[in-house]
Design a protein around this ligand. Structure first.
Ligand SMILES: Cc1cc2nc3c(=O)[nH]c(=O)nc-3n(C[C@H](O)[C@H](O)[C@H](O)COP(=O)(O)O)c2cc1C
Length: 205
């Protein structure tokens, strides 16, 4: 049975979506079956209209299917991504996480393997605090949190051991350095999830 990976993200202007695609590619290259999903846009139309890039992203969607609770239940491992919003994850992403109480109560989220990724417009604008805030949900679930670390030489260049990230200063789009780090994160997530899932299936026999 192949390893099942869910990649779920929120993106307002496309940067987190690009990171998510690269992570999904890395997981697929490691042999995983991958579901790439986004979450519902909940911001009012007048807020979206204040930012032409946000409006253009919404108008050019949908960019992926919406994540369901079944996707989460299905997954052996998952990657969760959000742009930084005032130092934390976007409410749209948090809204999805906040629907997972039923699965959590049944113990269905324990032992999932989980990792997080983000983008912010400035290097000190909250990349790490966003990743750590996403990870808080994983700790409560009893998930096994996989940081990026410096597990590959490339990561010394891209440089965020907490998780894949990109600084989108002056509206820059994710560059090759960031996308490569996300690809490695997907590979690492799928590989480690495979070890854990195989072990859990073996223990159930
Ligand atoms: C309401 C709002 C809050 C933001 N807060 C931060 C922040 O705290 N730090 C930062 O560096 N960038 C912040 N940003 C910038 C975004 O995180 C950044 O542009 C990101 O690359 C957008 O990703 P996306 O294209 O996936 O939406 C904020 C943007 C918005 C619209």
């Amino acid at each position: 049975m192949s390893t099942r990976i869910l990649v779920v993200y929120y993106s307002a202007t496309g940067n987190t979506a690009a990171l998510a695609s690269s992570l999904a590619k890395g997981a697929e290259e490691a042999g995983a079956e991958v579901r790439l999903r986004t979450v519902a846009e909940t911001a009012p139309a007048e807020a979206i209209a204040t930012n032409p890039r946000w409006q253009a992203w919404v108008d050019s969607g949908p960019h992926a299917e919406l994540a369901t609770l079944d996707d989460l239940d299905w997954a052996d491992g998952l990657a969760v991504g959000s742009p930084t919003r005032f130092g934390g994850p976007a409410s749209q992403l948090k809204s999805y996480l906040d629907t997972t109480g039923g699965l959590w109560a049944k113990g269905k989220l324990a032992n999932k393997v989980a990792t997080s990724f983000t983008t912010a417009s400035t290097a000190h604008g909250g990349l790490e605090s966003t990743l750590l805030a996403i990870n808080n949900a994983f700790y409560h679930w009893g998930a096994i949190v996989v940081p990026l670390g410096y597990a590959d030489a490339h990561l010394l260049e891209s440089g965020n051991p907490y998780g894949g990230s990109f600084v989108s200063r002056k509206s820059a789009e994710p560059d090759e350095t960031a996308l490569r780090a996300l690809q490695l994160q997907g590979n690492r997530l799928a590989t480690i999830t495979g070890y854990v899932a195989d072990g859990l299936r073996g223990a159930e026999k």
